[in-house]
Design a protein around this ligand. Structure first.
Ligand SMILES: *Cc1c(COP(=O)(O)O)cnc(C)c1O
Length: 377
């Protein structure tokens, strides 16, 4: 038996049917399915705006860029973020020349509000919160802090497709929310993402920036017949960041099954929990907050002999991962070393166990047997 960390599931016939529509219509690019997917996403999340992108990385970059442009932030200004995240989150800040200030994580591996508050200076402009593994952690306390100190809030929801907090999709409280639909996320396409700004005007600006800064209104106003299609204006040095209809076609199908799929992920998590409960002296489990119905993109445990256990599991053809290494261990962010003791410690102790829809109870039991066998004091 071999169990991989992530194996995406696609309802292949339904995906092909949606893609076929694009091919038959001769419309694979921006527009058509991208608009349908944006509309469905707004309906599903209840968020006001949604713009489909080619990745969450570009979304996070645009989130920082647009907030910086529109609020006159400077290069020396600071954004507080977590060291326990995929490097995209922090690069998004660095791309704009701003400083990443690291705050520590709590028992959920999400930003600890008390440490965030300690790290606020007069240069702090925003907080970037990562809902790691689909967990909302102490998100609502971070929302309160942002209000209290007049900071913008960026929610990296790369793991949070379908996560609910007190029964609602979180995100309305944030200035901008960014989702990832990368190949092995819990709503997989191949590569794509969604950016949801609270402010309509930022959404409009974002749509220009994701297509080279082109202002389509010029020709939209000119004629319906397309004679002046080339006569657009370019207002910004924009990028080529928008998503395409083929990815959106897959996303539309995935969204139909998102709640059902996440419910099965929670079932897998429960099977893991039930087994590890009796071994809590050896194996810690990272739990979602009480009020959080997590997407369960990840199932993370904490052990004393992480590296050894990883190798032992690999020998049994079980392939876990690590989400994530403390980013201050990377040269780029080494200036943050020593500032977040919990993250530094957990970075050496956490492991993500296989979590995907092709697994069943037997797989979970097999993995648990081996984890229990090879974990040590
Ligand atoms: C995957 C991921 C991203 C980047 O998503 P892409 O769509 O691959 O660009 C950003 N943040 C976190 C926390 C992620 O896990």
């Amino acid at each position: 038996m071999s169990v991989q960390l992530f194996v995406p599931t696609f309802r292949i016939d339904e995906c092909l049917e949606e893609i076929r529509e694009c091919l038959e219509k001769g419309w694979t690019g921006l527009g058509f399915k991208t608009i349908q997917f944006e509309d469905e996403w707004k309906k599903y999340t209840g968020l006001e705006n949604a713009h489909f992108l080619n990745s969450a990385t570009v979304g996070l970059n645009l989130a920082v860029k647009i907030l910086k442009m529109e609020n006159d932030w400077n290069e020396e200004d600071e954004i507080i973020s977590t060291p326990l995240t995929f490097i995209s989150s922090n690069h998004a800040i660095a791309y704009e020349g701003m400083k990443v200030v690291f705050a520590d994580v709590d028992q959920h591996l999400c930003l600890d509000p008390a440490d965030v508050e300690r790290k606020i200076t007069d240069k702090t402009k925003a907080v970037l919160f990562v809902g790691i593994g689909g967990n909302t952690g102490q998100y609502l306390k971070i929302v309160e802090l942002c209000k209290k100190y007049n900071l913008k809030l960026i929610l990296d929801a790369a793991h949070m497709a379908g996560t609910r907090l007190n029964g609602q999709i979180p995100g309305k409280e944030a200035d901008v929310v960014v989702y990832s639909f990368q190949a092995v996320k819990n709503l997989p396409t191949a590569d794509s993402g969604m950016i949801c700004f609270k402010e309509k005007q930022y959404d409009e600006l974002c749509r220009k920036l994701t297509w080279l800064g082109i202002n389509k209104d010029t020709y939209a106003r000119s004629t319906d017949k397309g004679a002046y299609k080339w006569k657009y204006d370019v207002e910004y040095v924009g990028y080529k960041y928008h998503g395409n209809s083929i990815m959106a076609a897959i996303g539309l199908v995935q969204l139909r099954y998102l709640d059902q799929d996440n419910a099965y992920r929670r079932q897998l998590a429960k099977w893991y929990d039930d087994r590890f409960k009796q071994h809590s002296n050896l194996i810690g489990t990272i739990k979602p907050a009480e009020d959080c119905e997590s997407s369960r993109h990840l199932y993370i445990i904490e052990v004393n002999n992480r590296d050894e256990l990883l190798l032992a599991l690999n020998e049994c053809e079980i392939y876990p991962g690590v989400h994530y290494r403390d980013n201050t261990e990377y040269r780029m962010y080494a200036y943050g070393k020593g500032t977040c003791p919990n993250s530094h410690r957990l970075s050496e102790r956490i492991m993500s166990l296989p979590m995907h829809l092709k697994m069943n109870k037997q797989d979970v039991d097999y993995i648990c047997d081996k984890v229990i066998e090879y974990s040590s004091f």
